[in-house]
Ligand binder design. Structure first.
Ligand code: FHN
Length: 442
């Protein structure tokens, strides 16, 4: 039901069913990379540790813009090895990556024609983004660009527009934004999607028509381009969803460091992505991870499986160091997730919701193409039996381990709709996957 006139809302039919979007959906697991000048101080300034997100250190430690900006002369990244980064990502099992081409600080990882505050003016000088795109593309990982519209470096950025002067400045900022985005999709035609951020200020919320036209322009230049819901506000200032509740962009990107309730049915109706940090709230590199809980690989795997079971993608963040290295803790996380994925990724890639009642042992995922239902077990019932409830017209024919350790597991029907799977022997130190063959008698 349309309540309000919205001219600058959604214009694609959703969910998008073109090849690029189908690929995005099948990928399910991505790596987020936050890298910029903030990686150099890594959350510590003049000997003091600031526990808030390291990419906000400039504000937390009240550092003058000129001081912060001069970090550019220290961006010398001797350990930067994009091929190694790509190998780590590939081994972890991600199918796409999203890298901060420009975060709120305004520093650009590529040599931009429109600013001097970029990689060209660092000691590194070279186009690290090109090297990055090449390395990830070579191993078959789709590359997306994160871009913050909010820009602490740019003199024309305004939080709000309250005067003619603000308006004129923000018009220039809009032109700059457009130029940079066109530059990005032109210089790096491999790019699959744009991930907008820093779009919550009034100035941008008042630019509904502009962001609408910009989305169209970028998609015309790069057909198939995928844009997150954060890019847009409509002309009434509604973000993510327009004033009539219709999603803008191609998928919802509001799940940040949180997941939907596992029984939420509404999220099943659209594409969405959850982005997640390994520590509590650090996107950029922070030297001291003892300041908050650091999620274990198992916690992260559970999030990935939950997202898949609810039609969402999982984007796991890495914050490379100021010297270009990947910190040991992140290498370890990547390695452990990768080991799990090597055995179980069939339950993730190309999978989505199974439309079965959730049980306490974990999550169902379903692959439409092969008709298989996967149950990934995270919690072992003391009973030692895993309960399954099917719709009345369905029958459970077979249950087997993804590892093929045993040919099939014992099934006991306990009611017209309910079954127990009674495994004989399972190595359950890690979450494991049972494949179900279900027959629809209807
Ligand atoms: O402020 C940023 C933050 O640094 C990080 O980039 C996240 C990623 O989703 N987005 C913003 C907060 O919403």
């Amino acid at each position: 039901d349309i309540k309000k006139d919205v001219e600058y809302g959604q214009y694609n039919g959703l969910p998008r069913q073109d090849q690029a979007m189908q690929k995005w959906r099948e990928n399910r697991f991505g790596q987020f990379i936050h890298w910029g000048l903030y990686a150099i101080p890594g959350g510590i300034w003049e000997g003091k540790t600031y526990p808030y997100a390291s990419e906000f250190l400039r504000g937390s430690a009240k550092i003058a813009t000129s001081t912060w900006d001069s970090l550019i002369y220290q961006f010398d990244i001797p350990k930067y090895n994009p091929k190694e980064w790509a190998a780590i990502a590939k081994n972890m099992g991600v199918k796409y990556v999203t890298i901060t081409t420009k975060h709120h600080e305004g520093f650009c990882l590529w040599p931009s024609e429109y600013t001097d505050f970029d990689i060209e003016n660092t000691p590194y000088k070279k186009d690290l983004l090109r090297e990055f795109v090449d390395a990830y593309t070579a191993v078959g990982i789709d590359v997306n660009f994160y871009y913050s519209v909010l820009d602490w470096h740019h003199p024309d950025w305004r939080y709000d527009i309250k005067s003619d002067e603000d308006r004129a400045a923000f018009e220039r900022l809009k032109q700059f934004t457009k130029n940079q985005l066109v530059e990005l999709v032109t210089r790096y035609p491999e790019v699959k999607g744009l991930w907008f951020d820093g779009t919550w200020d009034n100035s941008w919320k008042k630019s509904g028509q502009f962001s609408y036209e910009l989305e169209k322009l970028l998609k015309n230049k790069r057909p198939g381009l995928i844009v997150n819901s954060r890019m847009r506000a409509d002309e009434h200032g509604s973000r993510h969803f327009d004033s009539n509740g219709i999603l803008m962009g191609d998928y919802e990107s509001g799940y940040e460091r949180r997941l939907p309730n596992p029984t939420d049915k509404e999220v099943l109706t659209r594409d969405w992505e959850c982005c997640m940090t390994i520590p509590e709230n650090q996107w950029g590199y922070h030297k001291d991870w003892s300041i908050s809980h650091v999620k274990s690989p198992l916690e992260l795997i559970e999030m990935l499986v939950q997202c898949t079971s609810q039609n969402g993608n999982f984007l796991l963040n890495f914050g490379p160091m100021g010297n270009g290295d990947i910190r040991p803790e992140e290498r370890e996380v990547a390695k452990e997730i990768g080991e799990w994925m090597k055995v179980n990724s069939e339950a993730i890639y190309g999978c989505g919701p199974a439309d079965l009642e959730k049980q306490d042992w974990g999550y169902y995922t379903y692959n439409e193409k092969n008709g298989k239902v996967y149950m990934t077990v995270f919690n072992n019932p003391v009973l030692g039996k895993y309960k399954i409830r099917l719709p009345k017209s369905h029958t459970l024919k077979k249950a087997s381990l993804i590892t093929k350790q045993v040919e099939s597991l014992e099934i006991k029907q306990i009611s017209p709709t309910d079954y127990f799977i009674i495994p004989d022997k399972i190595n359950n130190k890690k979450p494991f996957v049972i494949i179900l063959e279900i027959v629809d008698r209807a």
